[in-house]
Design a protein around this ligand. Structure first.
Ligand SMILES: O=C(O)CCC(=O)C(=O)O
Length: 291
């Protein structure tokens, strides 16, 4: 697809067609997955989470729960991301276990699902919120613990605010997932690094082929772990929040928290499961990491 064919992703297909679209293009959109009242409630929970991050004033970890807090000058700390807020935020925990997720995902990855991502991204207007071009497969390490990425893993993102070009919506390269893992330069961090053309060109892709993931509050996007994507700065006058939950067919993953067994939600157990924080056993206590 060339530049002239670039199109916004605003026109999504009906639910059935979305799944075919997911396999073919590497992503799909479900419009109005959560309703406006629910989104208001989730938004309020996210604002509470954000205030907690500001109060920490720097990165904070307690087990898998992690606040990524940056400072830009002398202003208020910037909470860029929180991982696993559901351990202590009831409303966000209810969202990740909502039966709508398993109903949606069953035809893709079945009814026995673990969760490897539970994460919120904030982009306040004008802030350091960029995500460099990447595939999520880059973060599935050790590789031996995450099997059959193409067919067993689905990332979902629930829009809490409008996602537009101005607010720094995600940009996706359709069909890039079909190539599997690409050697995209990973020498820089993804979060906080602007999308550049060179790393894409080096693997035979072009930013000109990207589509914009335009979402209204309540819309849900699904994307493949191999889909190349990124996002830019929020130059709108409102914040842009995205609530991400990543699910996997349980038999294909040695890590992660259970989310659904035979389609029924599974609450957290008494101890957190190993996901991405490798020092969970050695350093589970609350602390401010040196990063
Ligand atoms: O929040 C965004 O704009 C980017 C999300 C993303 O790239 C990811 O979660 O992998």
């Amino acid at each position: 697809m060339g530049v002239s064919q670039r199109r916004a992703v605003a026109e999504s297909c009906a639910f059935d067609a979305d799944l075919a679209h997911y396999w073919r293009e590497g992503y799909a959109i479900v419009r109005g997955f959560f309703d406006p009242d629910e989104i208001d409630e989730i938004g309020a929970a996210l604002d509470q989470l954000y205030s907690e991050g500001v109060a920490h004033g720097r990165c904070f970890r307690h087990g898998n729960l992690f606040y990524n807090v940056a400072r830009e000058g002398a202003g208020e700390p910037l909470v860029r991301m929180v991982q696993w807020p559901s351990y202590h935020q009831r409303i966000l925990n209810a969202v990740r276990l909502d039966p709508r997720f398993v109903d949606l995902l069953e035809p893709l990855i079945g009814r026995d699902l673990k969760q490897i991502i539970n994460q919120v991204h904030w982009k306040p207007p004008g802030s350091l919120g960029d995500f460099a071009w990447h595939q999520d497969s880059r973060f599935r390490r050790p590789a031996s613990a995450y099997r059959n990425l193409a067919t067993a893993y689905v990332q979902t993102g629930l829009a809490i605010d409008p996602h537009t070009r101005e607010s720094g919506c995600m940009r996706l390269i359709p069909r890039s997932h079909l190539a599997g893992e690409l050697a995209i330069d990973s020498s820089e961090l993804v979060l906080g690094t602007a999308m550049k053309d060179e790393p894409l060109q080096a693997v035979g892709l072009s930013a000109g082929d990207a589509v914009e993931l335009l979402l209204e509050p309540g819309d849900l996007a699904l994307w493949s772990p191999y889909l190349v994507h990124g996002s830019g700065t929020n130059s709108s006058d409102h914040k842009r929040r995205l609530y991400i939950n990543g699910y996997v067919r349980a038999s294909d993953c040695d890590r992660g928290e259970w989310a659904f067994r035979s389609g029924a939600p599974v609450p957290f157990g008494p101890r957190p499961a190993l996901v991405h924080y490798d020092e969970l056993e050695e350093r589970p206590e609350p602390h401010y990491p040196d990063i």
